[in-house]
Design a binder for this molecule. Structure first.
Ligand code: DAH
Length: 363
């Protein structure tokens, strides 16, 4: 084969490999195999030195031209591969800007009204100098009843429809707390007075109808000081209810009642207007019972190691679910715990609209 024929064969081979290279790496391998230091074209270049001048004059320019054509073919193929890659990327990353934007969980998620109202209570009472105290849902009989001045065998215990846990070997019977009042005891046992706390949380009673669920929520309030009296209690409750219901004023009616842990004990009604599908607080000629309260019973103080001749205080308990229903117009208590996303979408609150006194509780 003549020199030029063998160059033609080499060029055809290299151009074939260039054509077959499907990506940048394969093309680079072809380039190195042809034009690299030990590539087939470079090896040919090295043979020029050993040729006689006549031969070199024909082979030299032919080889140079071959090298240039190969280099140009590689450059062209490289650009084609890059173009194809860009095309593929554009096709795969195509974005239809006319599609509707999907909302983030922060937009679609909703805060449950019970959580919202609990946050509202915390905002209101922390502005009045109260802190939040908590206790466990599973409670001892002693803290749920005995320390709260429910003597063993006293009929007031029966009013609570208690869920008891199976009796332990030592005869102790734990229970699901029937009210948040045991947190009063825990607080007085663990903190030095003066005390100002609210205790929101879950409570449990064996009861189920439109206005009762086996699990519900209460918030307890407790103030212990040397001179805390009923006038303070009345002011705290008025201030709280007015702020909570976001009305200019409320009128309260205190009726004598009975709770083992307070003396005197009172039930509180708030003035309202009862409309067919709505109850408006702070106006009208109707009364709605809303909470229980009283002065902490001396026995309860004593049970917590406080001297009733030095310390006195007041307490109250209120149903969170009930005031949530009243404020936000939810007719059936059971819906609050139905876990229906449609209900939550309707009655729930936006996650970032955190209630504050300055920014508005419910807006
Ligand atoms: N623990 C009571 C209940 O669940 C509510 C209550 C009434 C709490 C009067 C109090 C209070 O602290 O003073 O029925």
């Amino acid at each position: 084969m003549s020199d030029l024929d063998s160059l033609n064969t080499l060029e055809a081979e290299i151009l074939g490999s260039i054509g077959a290279a499907s990506d940048e790496a394969a093309l680079e391998a072809v380039r190195v195999a042809a034009l690299g230091k030990k590539g087939s074209v470079s090896e040919k270049m090295k043979t020029l030195g050993g040729m006689d001048p006549e031969q070199r004059r024909t082979v030299g320019p032919a080889l140079n031209a071959l090298r240039d054509r190969v280099a140009a073919a590689i450059a062209e193929k490289k650009a084609a591969i890059a173009d194809a890659a860009l095309e593929a990327r554009l096709a795969s990353e195509k974005l239809d800007v006319s599609l509707p934007v999907r909302e983030s969980p922060l937009e679609t998620g909703r805060i449950h009204p019970v959580s919202q109202v609990t946050d509202e209570l915390v905002a209101i009472f922390s502005a009045m100098g109260f802190s939040v105290a908590e206790g466990p849902d599973i409670e001892t009989d002693d803290l749920n009843f005995t320390k709260l001045n429910f003597p063993v065998g006293h009929p007031a215990r029966e009013m609570h429809d208690t869920f008891f846990l199976p009796e332990k070997e030592n005869g102790e019977r734990l229970l699901l707390r029937t009210h948040t009042s045991p947190v009063q005891i825990r607080t007085m046992q663990s903190q030095e007075p003066p005390i100002r706390v609210i205790c929101p949380g879950r409570t449990y009673r064996f009861d189920m109808d439109q206005t009762h669920t086996p699990m519900f929520h209460q918030v307890e309030g407790l103030v212990i000081d040397r001179d805390a009296h009923l006038g303070h209690l009345k002011w705290v409750l008025e201030e709280f209810l007015k702020t909570f219901f976001e009305v200019p004023s409320v009128e309260l009616r205190f009726r004598p009642s009975f709770f083992p842990f307070t003396e005197p004990s009172m039930e509180v009604d708030v003035r309202c207007r009862k409309l067919p599908n709505e109850i408006r607080i702070g106006e009208g000629d109707d009364w709605l019972e809303i909470l229980g309260c009283g002065m902490v019973h001396p026995n309860v103080l004593r049970n917590c190691g406080l001297d009733p001749d030095v310390w006195q205080g007041f307490a109250w308990g209120i149903g969170i679910d009930r005031i949530a229903m009243l404020k936000y117009g939810m007719p059936d208590l059971r819906d609050l715990f139905g876990a229906d996303a449609r209900w939550l979408a309707h009655y729930g609150f936006r996650p970032l609209d955190f209630p504050t006194l300055a920014g508005g509780l419910s807006s």
